[in-house]
Design a protein around this ligand. Structure first.
Ligand code: A3P
Length: 291
């Protein structure tokens, strides 16, 4: 079954939400990059908002010490979905953007190693399950109530951001074109402090021990869940069905085991197992797996 045109359009082989337009996406090719720019890139449901929050906590002292109350979407806007009316040219430096773009649709200069990219991946079974729940929560994403049908759509890449495999394989195989840091959701989950330090080193930011503690503390699932900005609680009711759950849902590794049947798991493995082996990442399917 094809995804509904009411929700998605295809541009150069990639599915976008209708909240943006092909013209706007096309214009990003010429988007002017500054050397200090940072792009947080993910396939949906891989820990984007989590990393967005961490970046904001690292870069903005006012976020870290609670003296400023600015929406993350304002501070770290979506590149392909304009989430702020502010003029990017006058944004405070370093500018940070979030994006789900595939490697071949990002601004040309980024591909010429200007600016920095942080690319976060998550094991695709947890991505798929998180995505399934998200489709019920966000009215801008087509709801597919039957998990089996959702899985087939996911495996066929007939969802927003298209194929998980193509996205991840594309970014990894073109790594040398970018100034890029790869992180996984699972490593952040296992050792958040080390992940935050990796990000600081990549950005060339030196935080004191107390500042680092504060970032780590505020970026835990429990604390972010209490933060209305991180949990999308300010979104209007017609966009986020808060009665059906919250954006920060479970935040665990291995939740796929609670929903996928043995047959579904076999079907998933049959489709992706061989391809996943070609990626230079060892996925953690369970929090007790070795990294
Ligand atoms: P679950 O649905 O499995 O709970 P994205 O921001 O890319 O859409 O990813 C959303 C997923 O990241 C959700 O997964 C959400 O709960 C999880 N997440 C967000 N903040 C987190 C945090 N601080 N710690 C762990 N997981 C977090």
């Amino acid at each position: 079954m094809e995804p509904s045109k009411e929700y998605l359009f295809k541009y150069k082989g990639f599915y976008f939400s209708v909240i943006t337009s092909p013209e706007y996406v096309a214009s990003l090719e010429d988007f002017e990059i500054k050397d200090s720019d940072v792009f947080l890139v993910t396939y949906p449901k891989s820990g984007t908002v989590w990393t967005q929050n961490i970046l904001s906590l690292i870069v903005h002292e006012g976020h870290r010490n609670g003296t400023e109350n600015v929406d993350n979407m304002e501070r770290i806007p979506w590149l392909e979905y304009k989430s702020t009316d502010k003029d990017y040219a006058n944004f405070p430096l370093p500018r940070i953007f979030a994006s789900h773009l595939p490697y071949y649709l990002v601004p040309r200069d980024l591909r010429n190693k200007r600016g920095r990219v942080i690319y976060v991946t998550r094991n695709p079974k947890d991505v798929m399950v998180s995505y399934y729940h998200f489709s019920k929560f966000m009215s801008t994403v087509e709801e597919v109530p039957d998990f089996n049908i959702f899985m087939e759509r996911f495996l066929a890449g007939k969802v927003l951001a298209s194929s998980w495999m193509d996205h991840v394989a594309g970014w990894y195989s073109h790594a040398e074109d970018f100034n890029i840091l790869f992180l996984t959701y699972e490593e952040m989950k296992k050792d958040l402090r080390s992940a935050v330090l990796k990000i600081c080193n990549f950005l060339g930011r030196k935080l004191s021990e107390e500042e680092l503690d504060s970032v780590v503390q505020q970026a835990t699932f429990e604390n972010m869940r209490k933060d209305p900005r991180a949990n999308y609680e300010n979104l209007p009711d017609d966009i986020a069905a808060k009665d059906k759950g919250s954006f920060l849902r479970k935040g665990t590794v291995g939740d796929w085991k609670n929903i996928m049947t043995v047959a579904q798991n076999e079907r998933f493995d049959k489709e992706l197992e061989e391809k996943i082996k070609t990626l230079p990442i060892k996925f953690m399917w369970d929090i007790n797996d070795e990294m």
